[in-house]
Design a binder for this molecule. Sequence first.
Ligand code: B4P
Length: 195
Amino acid sequence: MFNLILFGPPGSGKGTQSERLISKYGLKHLSTGDILRAEIAAQTPLGLAAKELMDNGQLVPDEVVIGMINSALDSNPQAGGFLFDGFPRTVAQAEALDKLLAQKGTSIAVVLALQVDEEELVKRLMNRGLTSGRTDDTDENKIRVRFGEYQKKTMPVAEHYKNLDKLVEIKGEGDIDDIFQALSREIDLRNQDRA
Ligand code: B4P
């Protein structure tokens, strides 16, 4: 089983690159953002509580997202590997994920961290907000709150995986195909069977 985390700030291209990577490598895509947006669309109690936090640029509580990932792992026993997109976003989530995978006799192979300048991120998110209908992408102040949450709560996740020698930084600016090639090279280095 080959499991990877696509890591990076809001708007760094995690969703964009995940779509391509899952189709190339046959991985199961687990995006906590997508799962939360599906809960919002279905107007579940979880979705309604999450919507307010997401619209304000804040993270959803750890126990909620860890529970979602736990059931997603259990519902996909046949998966050859998982691509985690937007998860983990706190050290508590990272520790929980490491434990859940260890219980299944597997682990994270690599964490690919997309690096993008903050002003470029604001531009991308505001631009996406024009067409996506995503209410968390329309207000620049709320977008800046998301960056604050990222710096404070999510950056330590990079340190967690750096200490485990699993973190690889990739330039996330420029042509989408070039970034995809750079990500693929790092995966192929660690995953010779799928190259
Ligand atoms: P997410 O759904 O994870 O989304 P994101 O971080 O905003 O965007 P992503 O990095 O996927 O960007 P994309 O490819 O779309 O999170 C949303 C919210 O959900 C969070 O703020 C939080 O509230 C909540 N949440 C989710 N997971 C959580 C967790 N684990 N714990 C707690 N809360 C959680 O790219 C963005 C735009 O850039 C697109 O328009 C794209 O077309 C464009 N783009 C991509 N690559 C480009 C490139 N190379 N050049 C130019 N534009 C590019």
